[in-house]
Design a protein around this ligand. Structure first.
Ligand code: NAD
Length: 258
């Protein structure tokens, strides 16, 4: 894993692209949240080094809801206390400045919204909520955590007794809001990818759509990604460092005092 400093020339090239874009979007993955203490899946400290990805499949959930929730409860103890980091705040500020029009994220941690991003599409849902698989009633995750911690595992719906499931997209389930995300990508002339291995589909089509429409692709990731070959700029360093420098560069060009 590269811990090297960000290349300043690459940051400048990325700022050029964003400043000149008519409609830029951000596309983020688990790597933007590791500096908030949430492990990613496939990075060197990733969850899949410890657990089998099978645990995050819909089949596993349906066949072993108790084990699933024991795993998820453990995962939530990190996810729930996490705070946005410099990269989330920089993305939110780029939106306030009108440089980025929307954030399409694969993350379920809600940290973009916590940092102030307004237009966020959560392709893989949110862990802030659970949903009854029988009647569709939703519950704030705080309520579900109380059920689990008082011994109801798996947690059940108060209404119909059905099993509750995190409102996240498990492997084997369709992603959410993909049509809206695709439309946004197709109207964009730049995409800023932050912290994604770009290996999970259909989410990873988002930068491909932008590229196919003639747009520019900037990738910020500590390791090479599966789609480096379509990138116009690759910034291989920590997301927090890269986004701090990129925001500074963009503000300088906009003549904003820092
Ligand atoms: P991934 O684990 O496949 O890839 C993350 C990438 O980020 C890796 O290539 C890693 O090298 C890089 N990275 C890690 N820390 C970084 C940092 N500080 N700066 C820059 N790069 C860094 O994650 P993905 O591409 O998002 O895969 C998609 C799946 O991961 C989705 O299903 C998503 O729902 C799920 N996921 C979400 C969370 C979350 O909500 N925070 C956490 C784990 C997994």
């Amino acid at each position: 894993m590269s811990e090297k400093p960000c290349n300043v020339e690459d940051i400048k090239k990325a700022a050029d692209i964003l400043i000149n874009a008519r409609h830029a979007i951000a596309f983020t993955g688990a790597g933007i949240s590791t500096e908030s203490g949430i492990p990613d899946f496939r990075g060197p400290q990733g969850l899949w080094k410890q657990y089998s990805p099978e645990i995050a499949t819909i089949d596993y959930f349906l066949n072993h809801p108790k084990d699933f929730w024991l795993f998820y409860r453990m995962r939530m103890s990190t996810l729930f206390v996490a705070k946005p980091n410099r990269a989330h705040y920089a993305v939110a500020e780029l939106e306030r400045l009108g440089i980025i029009k929307a954030v399409i994220t694969q993350n379920v941690d809600g940290l973009h919204q916590a940092a102030g991003s307004k237009n966020v599409i959560e392709l893989h849902g949110t862990m802030k909520r659970a949903v009854c698989i029988a009647c569709g009633r939703t519950y704030p995750m705080e309520v579900v955590i109380k059920k689990i911690d008082s011994g109801q595992i798996p947690p059940l719906c108060d209404e119909c007794g059905g099993i509750l499931k995190p409102d996240t997209v498990l492997f084997g389930e369709p992603v959410k809001d993909f049509d809206r995300a695709r439309e946004l990508a197709l109207m964009s002339d730049a995409v800023l990818v932050i912290g994604s291995s770009l290996s999970v589909y259909p989410a990873a089509y988002i930068p491909i759509f932008v590229k196919e429409m003639g747009g520019k692709v900037i990738i910020i990731n500590m390791e090479p990604t599966e789609l480096d070959y379509i990138a116009d700029v690759i910034i291989q360093c920590k997301a927090g460092d890269a986004m701090t420098l990129l925001l500074r560069e963009v503000k300088e060009r906009l003549g904003i005092q820092q």
